[in-house]
Design a protein around this ligand. Structure first.
Ligand code: G6P
Length: 609
């Protein structure tokens, strides 16, 4: 996701701003920019592409100043372009702002500000912030920021400065990280520690709701208008550890980031208590949806497993037949589809060659193409008629985790959107699911808070085996598929997933000698059947590891080991059940000494067929 750097002090700001941004490159971005204050004026430079291109664009220019802010942007609202890049300024160009996160009520604020005569030059949500601050500004930047902050809804880490109240940078934070660094020659802002390494020896992580006022002499942090004592930490991490957020591997960092990623994916798309899903301006409207009589979902790898969730839930929600296809098979099968087919392609990278070719084939046959992807302006995003971005942020580990859960979440949002268009679900049902979707990020966090030791202990037992089987029924089966893929790709344990009822038609022959059988058991109406399947495996000396909702006494009476998850609607279970399976794979891989982030023979993005 986006990166922020800021400096105020004795030295020229430009070198740190550029270097700080470079240290944040690992977060992923598509454009970069700087704003520097000098002698009553703020100079802004912005450029799409890499930081090197920004540097090239300003080479030979003198951009002086000892106070500045900078940003790398990962597009969420508005395409990557110079005018959508940060820093953004108010209409008069006196206030500059860099921002990470999503302002959910930006359309409402923008309308209000436009009515007052403010003009906007970008498609971003961010541009409302400098204009709102300008509207509140009466000579004191802090007062204006506090007043503006009270109007913002959503997530933000933002830093601003004004040429009418120079000598200070002001940072605010709600749900997106912002760090303050204390240096000998001035003070620093950054969205992540790597930017600060080599510049500061101590830092403070700004907390939600806090406002930091930074001058070259020091930093004061306010909560509700009163100054508070900051918690200052010594900076001891090296660059590699800092990029991984202090975690041993990117995969673990990305697993732990899921509550944040899920919130970003939901942001501005649903509201608690409402039945409407806002997916932007999709061409898939009621008239188009009326004609759709079949949905085809196409992808590879983990994204293919996300499609499987789609199949089960869309058939339940919409009563439309759904086919799920492996992209590399689909295009050569001369698939039967036409303008009445909706083709949904799912791809983290948006560049997978097989998925892109499948998309082209479906398009050629007249199907409406909707892409679900994590990468703005990727080839798949560009080729599709409609796009839903998952907003997972950059995923570095080859084994996909936060990309999967956000794909599944986007699939749910699309399902609810289509159900509303088709009138297939009553509004109360949609609203109930939306309310529960709202709670899911916190429930994922609760798994980390309460179950990590249990999951780790399970993983360590599983790691001693060379084979493992994953079973489940209905939505538990589709998650079992992803659990088996995760385990095999990073721990190299041979792992297979089966629909639990199918076990007895062959695989049961392999259940011997305490072989792990990881059983996902959340679908209430199938619980008795699941218990029978677990018993079949246990009787053959299988070792049962169950994933179940809390307060399920039946499972604990039959399984050898149980991981309990917070209860949710059965339909939404996949977003929770996959979490322990990701962690089992991770800890098993660590125990076996495998290369977690770069498993042998595999690549993050496969751009050959
Ligand atoms: C590779 C990756 C997988 C990914 C698959 C599809 O095999 O290793 O993690 O699921 O490609 O990638 P995509 O970017 O299209 O989701």
């Amino acid at each position: 996701m986006c990166g922020i750097a800021g400096y105020i002090g004795e030295k020229q700001a430009l070198p740190f701003l550029i270097n700080g941004l470079k240290k944040l490159e690992y977060r992923g971005y598509d454009s970069a920019g700087i704003a520097i204050y000098h002698e009553g004026r703020i100079e802004v430079r912005r450029q799409t592409g890499k930081i090197a291109e920004l540097e090239r664009s300003i080479a030979g220019q003198t951009i002086e100043g000892t106070q500045g802010i900078a940003h790398t942007r990962w597009a969420t609202h508005g395409v990557p372009s110079n005018r959508n890049s940060h820093p953004h300024r108010d209409t008069d160009g006196h206030i500059a702002v860099v921002h990470n996160g999503i302002i959910e009520n930006y359309l409402e604020l923008r309308g209000e500000l436009e009515d007052k005569g403010y003009t906007f030059t970008s498609e971003t949500d961010t541009e409302v912030i400098p204009n709102l601050i300008a509207d509140c500004f009466k000579g004191d930047l802090l007062a204006a920021v506090e007043e503006a902050k009270a109007r913002l809804r959503g997530s933000y880490a933002a830093v601003c400065m004004s040429q009418d109240d120079p000598g200070r940078l002001i940072g605010i934070r709600q749900d997106s990280p912002l760090i303050i660094g204390y240096g000998d020659d001035g003070n620093y802002f950054a969205s992540d520690i790597p930017a600060l390494i080599g510049y500061v020896k101590s830092y403070t992580v700004l907390k939600n709701g806090e406002t930091a006022v930074m001058t070259k002499e020091g930093v004061t942090i306010y909560v509700d208008g009163s100054a508070v004592e900051p918690e200052v930490e010594a900076l001891t991490m090296d660059l590699d550890a800092a990029e991984k957020g202090g975690y041993e591997h990117f995969m673990l960092k990305e697993i732990i980031e899921q509550p944040r990623a899920l919130k970003d994916c939901l942001s501005g798309r649903i509201s608690y208590g409402k039945h409407v899903v806002d997916l932007g301006e999709l061409k898939l409207n009621a008239a188009k949806m009326e004609k759709i009589n079949k949905i085809v979902m196409v992808a590879c790898g983990t994204a293919y497993h996300a499609c499987y969730v789609g199949r089960y839930i869309y058939e339940k929600m919409l009563r439309i037949p759904v086919e799920v296809e492996i992209a590399s098979e689909f295009r050569y099968r001369d698939p039967i589809l036409d303008e009445k087919t909706l083709t949904i392609v799912v791809s983290q990278s948006g560049e997978t060659a097989d998925t892109l070719a499948a998309l082209a084939e479906a398009k050629r046959k007249g199907s409406h193409i909707l892409a679900i992807t994590n990468v703005w302006e990727s080839s798949i995003a560009r080729e599709a008629h409609d796009v839903i971005y998952t907003r997972a942020g950059l995923e570095i580990a080859v084994a996909s985790t936060k990309a999967y859960t956000t794909q599944v979440l986007a699939i749910y949002l699309l399902g609810l959107y289509m159900a509303e268009l088709k009138g297939k679900m009553i509004r109360r049902e949609i609203q109930t699911i939306i309310n529960e979707l709202y709670r899911l990020p916190d429930k994922v966090q609760k798994i980390f808070d309460d179950q990590l030791d249990t999951i780790k202990a399970m993983a360590e037992k599983i790691a001693d085996h060379e084979d493992a089987f994953f079973i489940g029924r209905d939505l538990d089966y589709v998650v079992a598929l992803e659990g088996a893929l995760k385990l095999k790709e990073i721990s190299y344990i041979h792992a297979e997933a089966y629909a639990a009822g199918e076990l007895k038609h062959g695989t049961l022959a392999l259940i011997v000698d305490q072989v792990p059988v990881i059983s996902v058991c959340t679908q209430k109406i199938l619980e008795e059947k699941m218990i029978s399947n677990i018993k079949e495996a246990q009787t053959r000396d299988g070792q049962i590891f169950a994933i179940a909702f809390e307060g399920d006494p039946v499972i604990s009476s039959v399984a050898d080991h149980v991981c309990y998850l917070p209860k949710t609607n059965d339909l939404l279970a996949p977003i929770l059940t996959v979490i322990p399976l990701q962690l089992i794979a991770y800890y098993a891989s660590v125990k076996r000494g495998a290369d977690v982030d770069k498993p042998r023979n595999l690549a993050k993005s496969v751009t050959v067929e």
